[in-house]
Write a new protein. Structure first.
Length: 119
């Protein structure tokens, strides 16, 4: 399950790197202030980095994640991250749209793949 969670995080890291194209940020972000444009892009890059870091740890430090307090805390923290992201999806996004329904399901999966190894 740890390796699946690592793949899950890696996939979301890659997904975030495609936001510029998928969300048409070149055009869309020109409508906001320079500071807001910088904040959105910076947060996205930093989030992608964190996904890749957690993926790396899951792929190459599986035993440590399972057997150490810090590894368990990291994964429980990631489960909480996905829980918060699930709540944000319900609150901020129009769930009538299919893409947002699919993302909601993926975020719920994110909760479980990070918490199940420790139950």
């Amino acid at each position: 399950m740890i390796k699946f969670a690592a793949f899950f995080n890696f996939a979301f890291g890659v997904f975030h790197l495609f936001f510029w194209r998928l969300l048409h940020w070149k055009e869309q972000l020109n409508r906001v202030s320079l500071v807001n444009r910088a904040v959105v892009q910076t947060l996205n890059l930093c989030l992608a980095f964190m996904f890749f870091l957690v993926a790396y740890l899951g792929f190459f430090n599986t035993a440590e994640i399972q057997s150490t307090k810090i590894g368990q805390t990291l994964y429980v923290g990631m489960a909480f991250f996905w829980f918060l992201r699930t709540i944000a999806q319900v609150y901020f996004y129009p769930l009538k749209e299919r893409v947002h329904q699919i993302l909601l399901i993926l975020f719920i999966i994110g909760i479980f793949v990070h918490i199940l190894p420790f139950l």
